[in-house]
Design a protein around this ligand. Structure first.
Ligand SMILES: [Zn+2]
Length: 80
């Protein structure tokens, strides 16, 4: 998927700048799959953060990841 079509301006710029990540909420991690799952607070897009890059993933893929036994969910702050 083209970078410009992934997520929205808010979450793309959060990744591009590296910091701050306020726009993204960390849903959880899987050490086994080496992935961190984030969700944009603005557009609701799911993002998987791998070791070298981050990518917007479809909701179904995010659900699969969340249901993976290796996935550890993080406590969520309320959405703003
Ligand atoms: Zn977004």
């Amino acid at each position: 998927m083209d970078w410009a079509r992934q997520g929205c301006d808010v979450c793309r710029s959060a990744w591009e700048r590296g910091i701050p990540r306020d726009a993204l909420s960390l849903l959880g991690v899987s050490d086994e799959l080496h992935v961190r799952l984030h969700r944009c607070r603005s557009c609701g897009a799911y993002w998987e953060e791998l070791e070298r890059y981050a990518s917007h993933i479809p909701d179904g893929e995010a659900a699969d990841l969340i249901s993976n036994p290796s996935f550890v969910a993080y406590p969520q702050k309320p959405m703003r």
